[in-house]
Design a protein around this ligand. Structure first.
Ligand code: ANZ
Ligand code: ZN
Length: 878
């Protein structure tokens, strides 16, 4: 029988329409089934979806469809992270409005996502740039402010003097503005902060409760929060050397054990003592000014050359009043960590070592690694930060680092200077408060009014949202809100003066994405950000899936925001994401043209395989060079457009291949051959179902002849696969699920299409096959929903497979109840025998003696002995 090829292009949109018409993926909050919330990180509407989105959303969709079939009330929403710089850049370049650009992109991308057949509840769609969304964000800002979780303070920003704008750290490249190329300056601006550092300890310890998060993500968060236990130590200053009679400076150290290896004290360029000293020292003043030209990004500070300036001030060693140390101003000491001052121990800290090697201060090793001779242990270019025993350290000599730390802490805590203890223990966190002010148009306005009389006045809740004005111009650099006098000028809600001024900063777009998951639970609520009983029932997100690039900031901000929402009564829990999964990237070969530029996969044709693989340009036939496999990117031109793939092969093929080849947390190599392979499998299932259909009895036909070998084979394969696929999906091992399905289809192909024509000739097998096909279609439906739907219909089902229950496993079919034993004749292996696992010895003996090889060895005689080692081996002695 010949069947037509499966036509995804015709079939897929039809099922998508039907699903939509019937609204089968819209979730009701009052559905009594147990809830399951699966969420993929919502996209930025940059223009078109890319293969990374396809991978991310396919994974989430498999989970959503599976959990739905397992009887859950699944919440699987989608929205748009719609504020941000690219919209403003596009507006500047193309003379369009950011809103227009954004909403057009949303329309395009939504259509693309729909063509993937995702089981999303589009009724809950959110765009963060919509006033009906950001109104609630402004409301929460005001609540956080009241609760003491928001603060206004001075902070350094990267200032681009040409573009007259603040730059994000990522926009500073080699100390220059990314657009203007101008040397970036650091400026102090008054900005709004969320006090995330209030939760440092909690955000850290609660990581231990997130047992369904990848370890690597938890480690990244831990490091980012950066808890360190250390000591604040007050160093006396030689007042003869200080600019205004200053008598002490306090430093923070995590290595007080290394105090006897100290070579200098260093101050941050922003330290008050440095500023004081600079007043009398123009050279120092200009050094400090120079330091301000490094970006504020940590990476930039870490990689910048270590530079310092000797202030001439002398500090006194806290354990030896006759020992003085020079006080430098150094570019690698940050003002906003610890006390903004350090003591440097070059032998055991690389930065300090680089520093002394530059300024010729030398070093003294004070920790000697185990097994090294202290007498010959020297440090030259590489600091030693490992374990060991104390040396060159007077009363500490011989101690371990831990012992020495404790000893120093005890001594300095009880020593006094100026009536106060010399030292005090302190826990520091690296986590800084979250500066959310952005001098940009396309973001959520900060709902504040500045009044000359009343100061900072919150916008009354009844006046929310503070809406962005539409009539803006991007003809000049800087923040268009700042130039919009009409928008900016308001009357003060407190004193009524007409000359108050709106806050023109907008919020960091990370704020928008820090609570969208909660909003999805009731996006229709116009009055409050969340509906308490709903949000508390539907949250937390049971499975969150997204890129590892968001493993730190987005997840940390969301964890903070959820706590702040709890503190202000908007949600009843601390942790937003019970399960987290970070998917790998989509990578592809690169192709180079003879002129050295890249060619895109669409421009190239590949022939041969293995070593003979060769590529050429489609247009000219010129050979191209097949290059390395890289993350899909525009610059390497190795991207594949999801639309092209879906247009050619259909969404099911794209989804299937995306899941099939690699574990989901690893990179997947996208290849034309791979996609074709996936498509062949689609066609194979289609063909099998069509051949089988006329021979399958109706669903629910009673099974007969249950112990028949062929019936058992089909049923075992079906239930084994069912068990394996279920468990693989639950563990997000989609590639494993797919491998099992390939095997299962092989078994079915044998029954349907094998030489024995079992399906046509054996009614018991036909009934078992019906059961098996019904299972197969439900198992493939999370990955290939359209094909499954089409086949489900062909097999005579009335309802939709997307609404069908997940099949029940028959556990007794999972245990393999036969056993295969090797059979020896006179100690030499001659055959195998398969018997029931619980067969008694006489039964086994009979089976063995019936084997042809054994019969011929016996040659008609009786065996002298048959030795049976239960479950292991049978030996026949002749
Ligand atoms: C002396 C010392 C000796 C240090 C040694 C380290 C190794 P974490 O672990 O990140 O907390 N430090 C303190 N405040 C600083 C600041 N504002 N800017 C730059 N560096 C600062 O780092 C703590 C260590 O970083 C402190 O311990 C201090 O140097 C330095 F062998 O003190 B240490
Ligand atoms: Zn006022």
């Amino acid at each position: 029988m010949s069947t037509e090829r499966y036509n995804a292009r015709e079939t897929e949109p039809r099922w998508q329409r039907l699903w939509e018409e019937r609204g089968i993926f819209s979730t009701r909050n009052d559905n009594p089934k147990p809830k399951y919330y699966v969420l993929e990180m919502f996209p930025y509407p940059s223009g078109r979806i890319h293969m990374g989105h396809v991978r991310n959303y396919t994974m989430g969709d498999v989970v959503a469809r599976y959990m739905r079939a397992k009887g859950h009330n699944v919440l699987h929403p989608m929205g748009w992270d719609a504020f941000g710089m690219p919209a403003e850049n596009a507006a500047m370049q193309n003379k369009t409005h950011p809103a227009k650009w954004t909403y057009e992109n949303i329309a395009t991308m939504k259509k693309q996502l729909k063509s993937m057949g995702l089981s999303l509840d589009w009724n809950r769609e959110i765009a963060t740039c919509d006033p009906s969304y950001y109104k609630h964000q402004q409301r929460m800002f005001l609540d956080f402010l009241k609760a003491g979780l928001v603060e206004r303070k001075q902070s350094k920003v990267n200032w681009d003097p040409v573009d007259q704008t603040v730059l994000a750290n990522e926009q500073v490249i080699d100390g220059r503005g990314w657009r203007s190329g101008a040397l970036v300056e650091q400026r102090e601006l008054t900005q709004w902060f969320f006090k995330i550092s209030k939760y440092s300890d909690e955000l850290l310890t609660a990581l231990d409760t997130l047992d369904r998060w990848p370890d690597k993500v938890r480690i990244m968060q831990r490091n980012w929060i950066g808890r360190s236990e250390g000591l604040l130590v007050r160093f006396a200053l030689d007042t003869k050397t200080t600019p205004a009679g200053e008598s002490e400076v306090e430093i923070f150290t995590t290595r007080p054990d290394t105090l006897f290896g100290a070579k200098f004290v260093a101050l941050s360029p922003d330290h008050p003592l440095a500023a004081e000293a600079a007043k009398k020292n123009p050279a120092l003043a200009s050094f400090i000014e120079e330091c301000r030209h490094t970006g504020t990004a940590q990476a930039e500070i870490d990689t910048a050359e270590k530079q310092g300036f000797d202030t001439g001030i002398k500090a006194v060693h806290p354990l030896d009043s006759s020992w003085q140390l020079p006080v430098y101003v150094a570019n690698f000491v940050l003002m906003d960590y610890g006390t903004g001052a350090i003591f440097g121990c070059p032998a055991h800290d690389q930065r300090d070592l680089d520093f002394v090697n530059k300024y010729g201060l030398g070093n003294i090793p004070v920790v000697c690694p185990e097994g090294q001779d202290p007498a010959s242990f020297v440090i030259t270019d590489t600091a030693y930060d490992g374990d060991g025993r104390m040396i060159n350290s007077r009363f500490l000599d011989g101690m371990t680092i831990t012992e020495a730390k404790e000893e120093i802490a005890k001594r300095l805590e009880s020593a006094t200077f100026g009536n106060r203890a010399v030292a005090q223990r302190q826990v520091n966190f690296r986590l800084r408060d979250w500066g959310i002010s952005r001098q940009r148009y396309w973001g959520c306005p900060i709902p504040i009014i500045h009044c000359e009389t009343c100061g900072v006045v919150p916008v009354p809740v009844k006046d929310l949202p503070v809406q962005l004005p539409d009539d803006i111009e991007f003809d000049r650099p800087g923040n268009p809100l700042d130039r919009h006098t009409k928008w900016k000028t308001v009357s003060c809600p407190q004193c009524g003066t007409a000359h108050a001024r709106r806050e023109t900063d907008t919020m960091d777009t990370f704020v928008d994405s820090s609570w969208y998951f909660a909003r999805f639970t009731d996006p229709w609520n116009e009055n409050t950000p969340t509906t308490r009983d709903v949000v508390d029932r539907m949250m937390p997100v049971d499975q969150y899936i997204g890129g590892v690039e968001h493993a730190i900031l987005h997840l940390l901000y969301s964890r903070f925001f959820t706590r702040a929402m709890k503190a202000t009564g908007h949600i009843g829990m601390d942790e937003p994401f019970a399960g987290m999964f970070t998917q790998g990237m989509v990578v592809h070969e690169t192709y180079k043209k003879p002129d050295g530029t890249f060619a895109s996969p669409a421009e190239v044709t590949i022939e041969g395989d293995g070593k003979t693989r060769r590529g050429s340009l489609l247009t000219t036939g010129e050979p191209i060079e097949i290059g390395s496999i890289e993350k899909m990117s525009k610059s390497k031109r190795n991207t594949v457009d999801p639309d092209d793939i879906i247009g050619t092969y259909g969404a099911d093929t794209a989804r299937w291949f995306m899941l099939s080849d690699s574990p989901p947390d690893r990179d997947v190599i996208w290849s034309e051959e791979g996609v074709q392979g996936a498509n062949r499998f689609v066609q194979r299932i289609w063909r099998l179902v069509n051949i089988a259909a006329p021979h399958l009895p109706p669903s629910g036909t009673p099974l007969t002849d249950l112990n028949n070998e062929a019936v058992l084979t089909v049923r075992r394969a079906a239930h084994r696969t069912l068990a394996d696929v279920s468990s693989a999906i639950e563990r997000l091992r989609f590639n494993t699920a797919i491998a099992k399905l390939y095997t299962f289809v092989g078994v079915l192909a044998d029954v349907v299409d094998g030489p024995a024509k079992l399906l046509e000739t054996n009614t018991a097998v036909a009934a078992a096959s019906r059961e098996a096909f019904d299972i197969l279609l439900r198992l493939i439906s999370p990955m290939m929903p359209h094909l499954a739907e089409q086949c489900w219909q062909i097999l005579g089902h009335q309802g939709l497979v997307s609404e069908a229950q997940w099949p029940e496993i028959e556990a007794n079919l999972l245990v393999d109840d036969t056993i295969t034993l090797p059979v020896q004749v006179n100690g030499k292996k001659r055959a195998d025998v398969t018997v029931a696992r619980n067969a008694a010895n006489p039964e086994i003996e009979a089976a063995v003696l019936a084997l042809d090889t054994v019969k011929s060895a016996l040659d008609g005689k009786s065996p002298r002995k048959v030795i049976i080692v239960p479950q292991r081996i049978v030996n026949v002695v002749v």
